[in-house]
Design a protein around this ligand. Sequence first.
Ligand code: PMP
Ligand code: GLU
Length: 424
Amino acid sequence: MPTTTTHKMSIARRVSSMHPSVTVAFGNRAKAMKRVGIDVLSFSLGEPDFDTPLPIKQAAIDALLAGQTKYMPTLGDPETRGAIAAKFEKDNGIRGLTPDHVAISAGGKHSLYVACHCLLDPPEPGEEPWDVLLPVPAWVSYAPIAHMAGGRIVEIPTGPESDFKISPEQLRAAITPRSRLLIINSPSNPCGTMYSPDELRALGAVIEEMSATVAPDLVVLSDEIYEKIVYGGMPHFSLGSIPAIAERVLTLNGMSKAYSMTGWRVGYTAMPGAFGKQLMQAMSTLQGQMTTNIVSFVYPAIRKALADCDAEVHQMCEAFARRAEVISARLAAIEGLVCPKPTGAFYAFPDVSRYFKRTSAGGRAINSAMDMCEALLEEAHIAFVPGEDFGGCGRNCVRISFACSEEQIHQGMDRFETFLSKLH
Ligand code: PMP
Ligand code: GLU
């Protein structure tokens, strides 16, 4: 029988036009090179190198052995949703949350996906699209996910001179009646910087004013997934704790970074108030036609982590703080790089454009961050992530994830310095 057919087959436009995740792509390339024996040092994926703390694993093992292996309520059991509501009140000062204001999804990326699809619509013919306001550089998944849900991305540019942060004036100027979603990510991936409580209060005042006048539909998505990894002396602050705007703020978080649980795939969102509850119901409808609940025996592990693992989290944060010192010192010693000192998360995002318009020792023209990362991977065997897909001035930058040992950071920086010194 013939195995070919004359029927034309194609992939749906909404996926074929989608931009793949460059963080995932470089992470996979580094892993593939390692598999064939190449000594690649990876600084690509934003993934803590620590193992998940034992008490968390044990809670999942116990639940598995006890037979917690069946379908569960779509957005999570009330006990775990309640534990998350309590965490938000205790750690973040977000009040008025009940289990019905909380959704648990299969990773923060899935939380973002489900939330965007419940908040955005593609425009009807003749209608203006909903705007998604995105301070850039920003994590590479916000724009593709929000765009797929029907939003129009409006970038608000920042630069290293402001530690990659927007000002209240910039925010006011960006908000229009079509503003539906504002995404704030502090501490930031890829920038490694964070807003102070006062800076967030000032943005909150603009959100309060503009939503009362110009943009009644505005929702703020505050991605706080790096909240526990802060070491610059500045405390983490949640926009959802500002009473005047609390019922417009959807706070996103997850287990991946703070508890070193990237492979477990747990993310969660919460929003107080009547609309918050309505949004969670919508998310339940969508998730119920998508993935249903997350892995059942993981729920007790989430509760264990939130209740009992502060010491482990603190220990990991201290290691990140030391690594931040090491990488900052090494980058500062390289001529011509501009890089604000990381104060949160585990990323450095140096502007490397000073080294563009040169040629590598292996003969590659270096005219962009992508060119530089290709050459670094192929010639120096270090995997950084090119900054173009983070938006705005990211095109001049490379992202270095320092969620690895201090020894690896030193080795990687040695290779980076040698590579730069051989550019001609
Ligand atoms: N938000 C930001 C800013 C991130 O860097 C990540 C990392 N993947 C996520 C959300 C989602 O992480 P996960 O899907 O592992 O929960
Ligand atoms: N968020 C991490 C990163 O930026 C993990 C990969 C991804 O999901 O983008 O590297």
